[in-house]
Design a protein around this ligand. Structure first.
Ligand code: PMP
Length: 404
């Protein structure tokens, strides 16, 4: 066997040994609170379909109309002949919705960040990044060749020190602060007003990745920047369209000059086939539904409150979060897995998240809620969590398993 294959086989075996080998499961049927996984139906708290739009009839109908009008594929990159009228319309609608001058549609959020950061900064510039930022902000920053400075999670004071230091370096690098608006594994909100104030003070730019806030926070789900009522030419706003918007894709919105520059220079925009136009048709419907059915955001907020009060007396804390992502920190990896398995046996799907996805000793259950959930389904989860917690703790008392 060639040496490379041998090495990789050993690496896979090591992952298996450490119980870090990831496995996919087969989902059959549409997204929703009831999900068929590997042939069994579960009450699911694992999706990012925060508003319950992934299987909404208005999006179905719009996708079908888009399919009938445009066919299945865009067949070329946007700058060749793949930029359809429906994407043009979507960009206008998204810019208006988030209150920014212009928007550019990307195929995924990962590609949006990977294209945007290197288009804005390069060698000699500096990117400042929250320690808990998503992989695609980190990868985009590394790809840009700019210096990469990490500040501790939410630590505005430390960020200011780093910005001040780069200002005193004598050169005048471009400075770009990049942050998740809602941290995907914790559910907390970045201090965007403070970050923006620092960007104003130190002449830096702010890229806000609102993958988990778009559709959820702000009036009618207009996102985290709208939630704080911020307006600035310094903000570039990245919203993803595969989570609350229920479909797929992403957009970057901001000053018209910056967006024009991205169109000219973002390689992940230029050198890829435009995404199927019918997705943009469905997304136009999604933006409308967010506005006409804003009971969805309100219902989601109410479910969040219901879950948090129902879990308040568990022996483990929920991280502070007013978003659809609720993290129950149990610390111990095995305990997280045991709780996940216990819930699964009761027909409930909640993922356990362990290092290296999250820092050591912060293993957790990541509960994600959707406006498609009912109060009764939240109550079912609360009751099941109390049951599995009791079992896990009793087992622990017998074996001292989690305190070793
Ligand atoms: N940013 C954050 C914070 C995310 O959580 C994700 C997806 N999990 C992305 C970006 C990537 O978005 P997409 O799935 O559209 O590639």
């Amino acid at each position: 066997m060639p040496e490379l294959l041998n090495q990789i086989r050993e690496q896979l075996a090591a992952l298996q040994e450490q119980k870090l080998l990831r496995k996919r499961r087969i989902v059959d049927g549409p997204q929703g609170p009831l999900l068929e996984v590997d042939g069994r139906q579960y009450l699911a708290f694992c999706s990012n379909d925060y508003l319950g739009l992934a299987n909404h009839p208005a999006l179905h109908a719009a996708a079908q109309a888009g399919l009938d009008k445009y066919g299945v594929g865009a067949s070329a990159s946007a700058l060749i002949s793949g930029h359809t009228s429906v994407v043009e319309e979507l960009e206008l609608a998204l810019a208006e919705f988030v209150g920014m001058p212009r928007a550019l549609h990307f195929s995924t959020g990962y590609m949006a960040n990977m294209g945007t950061i290197p288009a804005l900064v390069g060698a000699g510039d500096v990117v400042f990044s929250d320690r808990l930022n998503h992989a695609c902000l980190i990868d985009g920053a590394r790809l840009s060749g700019a210096q990469f400075r990490i500040y501790p999670h939410g630590d505005v004071a430390r960020l200011e020190q780093l910005l001040a230091k780069s200002n005193s370096s004598g050169n005048s690098p471009r400075k770009l602060v990049v942050t998740d608006a809602i941290f995907s594994m914790d559910g907390d909100i970045a201090p965007l007003p403070e970050l923006l104030a620092l960007c104003e003070k130190y002449d830096a730019w702010l890229l806000v990745d609102d993958a988990h806030g778009f559709g959820v926070l702000g009036p009618q789900g207009r996102g985290s920047v709208a939630h704080f009522g911020l307006k600035s030419e310094r903000i570039l706003y990245m919203g993803t369209l595969g989570k609350a918007a229920g479909v797929a894709g992403a957009f970057v919105a901001g000053d018209a000059i910056l967006i024009e520059w991205l169109l000219q220079r973002a390689r992940t925009y230029i050198f890829t086939t435009a995404s199927p136009p019918m997705l943009a048709s469905a997304l136009l419907a999604a933006v409308k539904v967010m506005q006409t059915e804003d009971w969805r955001q309100q219902h989601l907020q109410q479910l969040i409150g219901r879950l948090r009060s129902g879990l308040a007396d568990l022996p483990w804390p929920l991280l502070p979060s007013e978003t659809a992502v609720q993290a129950l920190i149990v610390e111990d990896n095995q305990l997280a897995l045991d709780l996940m398995e216990g819930l699964r046996a009761l027909g409930i799907w909640v993922p356990a998240i362990r290092p290296p996805t999250v820092p050591k000793d912060t293993a957790r259950l990541r509960i994600s809620l959707s406006a498609a959930h009912s109060n009764e389904q939240i109550d079912q989860l609360i009751s099941a969590l109390h049951t599995v917690a009791k079992h896990a703790l009793a087992k622990n008392a017998l074996t001292k398993k989690y305190t070793a």
